[in-house]
Ligand binder design. Structure first.
Ligand code: MG
Ligand code: ZN
Length: 207
């Protein structure tokens, strides 16, 4: 990379990230969350985040929240939920680096501003692209972890590794795997299992 003066400056190293699904992966799947009391981490989620952070990964939540479009809760509630999650993580000295959510729905929105065939609803890659730009992320060396085939498809569309977890809707979704596009690189019992797999995978690749 050359600056305006023509002196050579090496490009800053790019980060690797775990793009993680929220409901059914990080926290319990309870339908649409509309009360902060329903925010509960899976038992090994804290450990999973710690492992990823210790490995130098950015941890970024990517979540479809069409409940906003459907009028079940507001966008400000989604933001509040994310602040709450980081507040809970703080006592472990941890935090999620970024929260990305899609509030839209293509057909089911009761509020017109959310009625949109957007680029951010998973499996479309808008959220990953925005995060990759902001955090200078090397997408190929990153992973998507989630409990739905939508998460697997998101990773395939973006060009990351993919992991399906069996919490949340994971077991039902695993049964729906039928073609190569559905097949994750890893299937594990939960977020921690996926984090461990991903961290080990990268270690093996180092020269
Ligand atoms: Mg999910
Ligand atoms: Zn969207």
């Amino acid at each position: 990379m050359y600056s305006a003066r023509g002196t050579y400056r090496p490009a800053p190293p790019r980060s690797r990230a775990a793009f993680i699904d929220r409901d059914g992966n990080l926290i319990h799947e309870v339908g649409y969350i509309s009360n902060l009391k329903r925010v509960k981490f899976y038992s090994r989620s804290i450990k999973a985040i710690k492992l990823l952070k210790d490995g130098g990964y950015k941890v970024i939540v990517v979540t479809n929240q069409s409940g906003v479009a459907r009028g079940y809760f507001t966008e400000s509630f989604v933001k509040k939920t994310h602040l709450h999650i980081n507040c809970l993580l703080k006592k472990y000295g941890l935090k999620i680096d970024g929260f990305y959510y899609c509030p839209h729905h293509r057909t089911k929105a009761v509020l017109k501003r959310y009625l949109k065939d957007c680029d951010c609803r998973k499996p479309k890659t808008g959220m990953i692209k925005a995060a990759a730009k902001k955090f200078n992320i090397d997408i190929k060396k990153s992973v998507v972890i989630g409990d739905k085939l939508t998460d697997v498809h998101l990773g395939k569309n973006a060009g990351t590794k993919t992991a399906l977890v069996l919490t949340g809707y994971g077991k039902e979704e695993k049964a729906l795997i039928s073609k190569a596009y559905d097949r994750p690189d890893f299937i594990g019992r939960d977020f921690y299992a996926a984090a461990k797999w991903f961290a080990a995978l990268n270690k093996r690749k180092k020269p």
